[in-house]
Design a protein around this ligand. Structure first.
Ligand SMILES: *Cc1c(COP(=O)(O)O)cnc(C)c1O
Length: 459
């Protein structure tokens, strides 16, 4: 019997037409965009898998909530609702809303990091590390070695290597480590989860040394789902219970609501510590707004509060991850190299294996993302040497082991038929992969270069 995938646990009430283009048009659009998929216009894309950030479809219940926005400057009832929901589902004492995840990262990094500090994390994330470095911190990767191997099929590839963390503490001293940043799941490793056992162990080790643990909770619901299906003892626990237990091993979190809170904009910073909260409220007024709205409209906070409740529904999250598995299974069975195991928000093409004739300094993942767009109108994203950027001290390019193209699945947006189009395009490209050429970077911005860098094809 053929493997089956769970069908959509929702029906369609509103539709949005998408662009159907010709190959000749796409060749022109891609050249105009400097071979950077970030610089394409949305109406030039047929299936947009650039990101799952802010691209979710909201439910009728969330849209109804939008009409209940209390747009008072201070003390909006929607903030109070959001605060209640976050306390109930995440379990933290304080919440500071921010316009999106990086707003929370800015507050946390500015308050906690001093020049010369070290911030260990389970693999870096672009904006997270940029904020740590801007405040004089040095990111140290403490993820298990397996995470850097795209073909190693392990259940919890996002886990921290406790020996690496212990070694750092021994070398620099606990007072040079303001907090450990633990991402659940790990975006740049391919959406890989952290086990509950590992979270507990990191928390224990850090408590012993009085180091805080701050989660990057951006995809915490996806992480909870993987714990339910992969970790012994959790198969009969609800997603909601698992999420709450996860958060009990953290002192706070940053959150990009644009991912697992099912909204188009929003984020927040959480913490249990009263003093830290006090300092966050002092800083948030400078960058975002009053501590009771932090850059968001009342209606945005209402949609996020309702999204948090919907996100822990098993049927929702089971279907979401099943879509990723479906796409990955199709690609794998045709021999297309993808990161294993499949993560929670995306399927990652292994560009290093796919285009093994293109050296990393010729940006194979960037070239593959450009080719996929030309082939099919599917927009994806580079997650390799371009995203990794340069070392601030030496000016050298980082050379990450993982050179990937991310096919990110927005939540509740596309059907399995759309995923068939994506799979077929990748399979077709794999057949003529030898014809794909590397790129040369012709414009390089100083910060977060992947967003706006421009390229041209090598002759
Ligand atoms: C998106 C993301 C962020 C930043 O959040 P924004 O809402 O885009 O500012 C931080 N960490 C991870 C893992 C993310 O995926």
């Amino acid at each position: 019997m053929e493997k089956s995938y769970v069908a959509e646990p929702y029906k369609i009430k509103v539709v949005e037409p998408i662009a159907v283009t010709t190959r000749a048009e796409r060749e022109k659009f891609m050249a105009e965009a400097g071979y950077n998929t970030f610089l394409l216009r949305s109406d030039q894309c047929y299936i947009d898998l650039l990101t799952d950030s802010g691209t979710s479809a909201m439910s009728d219940n969330q849209w109804a909530g939008m009409m209940m926005g209390d747009e008072a400057y201070a003390g909006s009832r929607n903030f109070l609702h959001l605060q209640d929901v976050v306390r109930e589902y995440y379990g933290f004492k304080h919440i500071v809303p921010t316009h999106q995840g990086r707003g929370a990262e800015n507050l946390l990094s500015s308050i906690c990091i001093k020049p010369g500090d070290y911030v260990p994390g389970n693999m870096y994330f672009t904006t997270t590390r940029a904020h740590q470095e801007r405040n004089g911190g040095k990111f140290v990767d403490i993820i298990i070695d397996d995470a850097h191997d795209s073909q190693k099929d392990v259940a919890f590839k996002g886990d921290v290597d406790l020996k690496k963390l212990q070694k750092l503490i021994d070398e620099v001293g606990a007072d040079k480590i303001p907090y450990v940043c633990l991402a659940v799941t790990v975006n740049l490793a391919g959406g890989q989860p952290v086990s509950m056992g590992n979270m507990r162990a990191v928390h224990e080790l850090c408590s012993k040394h009085k180091i805080k643990v701050m989660f990057d909770a951006t995809r915490c619901v996806e992480n909870a789902y993987f714990i339910k299906i992969r970790e012994k003892g959790y198969e009969n626990r609800t997603i909601r219970e698992i999420l709450k237990e996860m958060m009990s091993y953290a002192d706070g979190c940053t959150m990009s609501g644009k991912k697992d809170c099912l909204v188009n904009i929003g984020g927040f910073l959480c913490m249990n510590d009263d003093d830290l909260y006090q300092r966050a409220t002092e800083l948030v007024v400078l960058y975002e707004g009053m501590p009771s709205y932090g850059g968001l409209a009342g209606r945005d906070m209402e949609a996020m509060a309702r999204g948090i409740v919907e996100s822990v529904d098993y049927n929702y999250i089971h279907h979401r991850v099943s879509q990723c598995v479906y796409l990955a299974d199709k690609l794998t069975s045709a021999g297309v190299p993808v990161v294993k195991p499949t993560g929670g928000h995306a399927v990652f093409l292994d560009a290093r294996a796919f285009l093994d004739h293109i050296p990393q300094d010729q940006f194979p993942a960037q070239a593959l993302a450009a080719e996929l767009y030309i082939e099919s109108g599917v927009r994806s994203m580079e997650r390799g040497i371009v995203s990794a950027g340069r070392n601030k001290e030496t000016g050298e390019n980082y050379h990450p082991k993982l050179e990937l193209v991310r096919l990110t699945i927005p939540r509740r947006v596309y059907t399995y038929s759309h995923l068939d189009v994506v799979a077929n395009a990748c399979i077709e490209m794999f057949r003529h992969r030898r014809e794909i050429k590397g790129l040369e970077m012709v414009y390089e911005p100083k910060l977060l270069r992947f967003f706006t860098a421009r390229f041209k094809p090598l002759a």
